[in-house]
Design a protein around this ligand. Sequence first.
Ligand SMILES: C[S@@+](CC[C@H](N)C(=O)[O-])C[C@H]1O[C@@H](n2cnc3c(N)ncnc32)[C@H](O)[C@@H]1O
Length: 314
Amino acid sequence: MAKQTKLVSAARPFLKWAGGKTQLLNEFSRRLPKELEKGQITNYVEPFIGGGAFYFYLNQIFSFKKCSVCDINEELILSYRVIRRASEKLIAELDSLQSDYLSRDEKKRESFYYEVRDAFNQKLPGINFNKFGSEWIERTAQIIFLNRTCFNGLFRMNRKGEFNVPFGRYKNPEILNEDNLRDVATLLKTTRILLGDFTRCRNHVDEQTFVYFDPPYRPLSTTSSFTSYSKGGFYDADQVRLFDFFKELDEKGAKVMLSNSDPKNENPDDSFFDDLFSEYFIERVPARRLINCNGARRGDVNELIITNYRKKTS
Ligand SMILES: C[S@@+](CC[C@H](N)C(=O)[O-])C[C@H]1O[C@@H](n2cnc3c(N)ncnc32)[C@H](O)[C@@H]1O
């Protein structure tokens, strides 16, 4: 039973991730299904895990029997799998990267950053993302290192799948947090980690499951979009495909929550999600948009929270 016991795990996201949901956790926690509070939900599924802010948060409050997380980003899923399987070796590898980096002055730190980035990109063709190998450990250390020292903490790939974010000038970046990596590893031991499209979670959802969907945002405008989590994009046709999957899981009896940016922020007449999810419960909550590729349009916007279990008032 998913009993409500405080601080089941102290783990928190180990990567900074575009679209991370830390700022919305309070809004989400006010909208949890009552079955979760009552301990009737035993299973948690998050098909677009990214940095996992909500997964880590929920696991501090509820102890689920089973969790499944999924993402299409191969490097991200590789990192989750390495932490689960080889956290101590990863800590040693990251410790050596961190010492090497911190022992240099700023100019040399910058060239070290580009050396690590080049090594990471050059090894890409030899990586088998479906079969664990010792090279995965070095790769995960590089991913965490680059994420902590790159500009804006982005994780962005070009069309060839290469990491292309420039150096970020942080005075004292926290590259290694051993305690957190150990806490994350403990939590992941009971979590199924899936690589691929969100529909891969299908067989892990039943009527005792709470599902949270956090898909890539539908761009606020054609110029301000951040859509490069991975090589492929996420288009309106994918948002419709996601609606179909939401409905399928609703019909299975699962409790489902989805968040997305509100297209009305840009165009008050754009009712894309209102139309698509008209049979479900839609709320708008204020959020700050943190990631924006040109940095020019940061500010307050609404976020949509859609559920299949809250009451419709109209
Ligand atoms: C908004 S982010 C999730 C952020 C996450 N909630 C957090 O707190 O960090 C969306 C995620 O969806 C993933 N993604 C994109 N297309 C996908 C697909 N078709 N199936 C599964 N995951 C996908 C991206 O790699 C990205 O990690």
